[in-house]
Write a protein that binds this ligand. Structure first.
Ligand code: NAP
Length: 305
């Protein structure tokens, strides 16, 4: 079988750091085309935008690495050109637009893949398996990092649809919704929004998943990043740390590993296309939408990048 020809759209931070090397390392696929407003990639056909990329006709599938706002039109163009589609997280800016994309892909028999890279971290599967046999008492997420370190100069994260601190926080929610045995419901949220921004810089969340689940998401962290979820159960405490890469039970390391998140995502995308299947779980984004819908806004000091 010939290689799956991939077109990549949006040559920004994550495309360069993760997507390009992961495609290169994945058997059965090849990067043939890139669409970028500002940059060029070596050794591929370069285009100014997704429509030009599609018109050139050289790809079987497109991976969108652009910000969530504006992704809908790009995604719909891909599907209407009868190409398979892989979406960076969050898959879109609204739930209603994503339902339309899912329906379009289904009606055309195309693969649509809403990726959640943190679910592919090294210890997430082990954590889910360990929790499956236990009674959960309390879960707490602490997802704190310095926005100036990870998102310098990114304007879109502060604009409507950019999610603010939920841009990293949705990674925690993607793990949560993958490992908990019961679905979580957003009970309440406190959203701290800088006076010159449309999205929160910090959020405190209260959820219910048959047991209390709380979360502290904070972009004002100084010092080391904290990407950790603590699960207190009837049979010990599991801590999933380092963004899902390390699992300890009552202080003893059970599982840890290096970052193969994007290699696993592209391998899965290839499998989905080969099987004629899709993977389009919107549970993490639904929790974020409910936090915005049900959250209380607190004014925070102006943010200067
Ligand atoms: P970024 O550095 O701002 O890159 C996004 C790229 O999208 C830009 O470089 C630009 O590429 C293109 N683009 C098209 N329309 C745009 C617009 N209106 N505003 C800004 N850029 C536009 O963002 P990123 O960090 O790569 O994030 C992209 C997506 O990946 C987001 O959904 C994010 O949540 C996700 N993600 C990011 C990270 C991370 O660590 N940064 C990790 C995992 C997932 P061209 O100039 O080539 O057109």
């Amino acid at each position: 079988m010939s290689d799956l020809r991939i077109g990549l759209v949006g040559l920004g931070t994550i495309a360069r750091a993760q997507h390009l090397p992961a495609i290169e390392a994945t058997a059965g696929m090849v990067l043939t085309d890139v669409a970028s407003r500002n940059a060029q990639a070596e050794g591929v056909a370069n285009h100014p935008d997704v429509d030009a990329l599609l018109a050139a006709g050289g790809v079987d599938a497109v991976s969108l690495c652009t910000p969530p706002q504006g992704r809908f039109d790009q995604a719909m163009s891909v599907l209407r050109a009868n190409r398979h589609l892989m979406l960076e997280k969050p898959p879109g800016a609204t739930l209603s637009e994503l339902e339309l994309l899912a329906a379009e892909a289904k009606s055309r028999g195309l693969t649509i893949f809403a990726t959640w890279h943190s679910r592919e971290a090294a210890a997430v599967d082990a954590c889910r398996d360990w929790l499956a046999g236990r009674t959960l008492r309390r879960t707490h997420i602490d997802w704190s990092e310095d926005v100036r370190k990870w998102h310098p100069g990114q304007q879109w994260i502060w604009q409507a649809g950019g999610l603010g601190v939920f841009d990293p926080g949705i990674n925690a929610l993607s793990i949560l919704t993958a490992v908990l045995p019961a679905p979580a419901r957003m009970v309440g949220a406190e959203l701290h929004v800088p006076s010159n921004c449309q999205t929160p810089i910090a959020a405190d969340l209260v959820m219910d998943a048959g047991h209390p689940v709380t979360a502290r998401l904070d972009w004002r962290q100084q010092g080391a990043d904290i990407w950790q979820i603590r699960f207190e159960t009837d049979a010990g405490t599991a801590i999933l740390s380092e963004g899902g890469a390390r699992l300890t039970i009552d202080g003893t390391e059970i599982q840890s590993g290096g970052n193969r998140e994007y290699a696993r995502l592209y391998s899965r995308f290839g499998d989905l296309v080969a099987r004629g299947d899709s993977d389009f779980d919107l549970a993490p984004l639904r929790l974020v939408a409910d936090a915005f819908m049900n959250g209380r806004i607190h004014a925070a000091p102006e943010f200067q990048d």
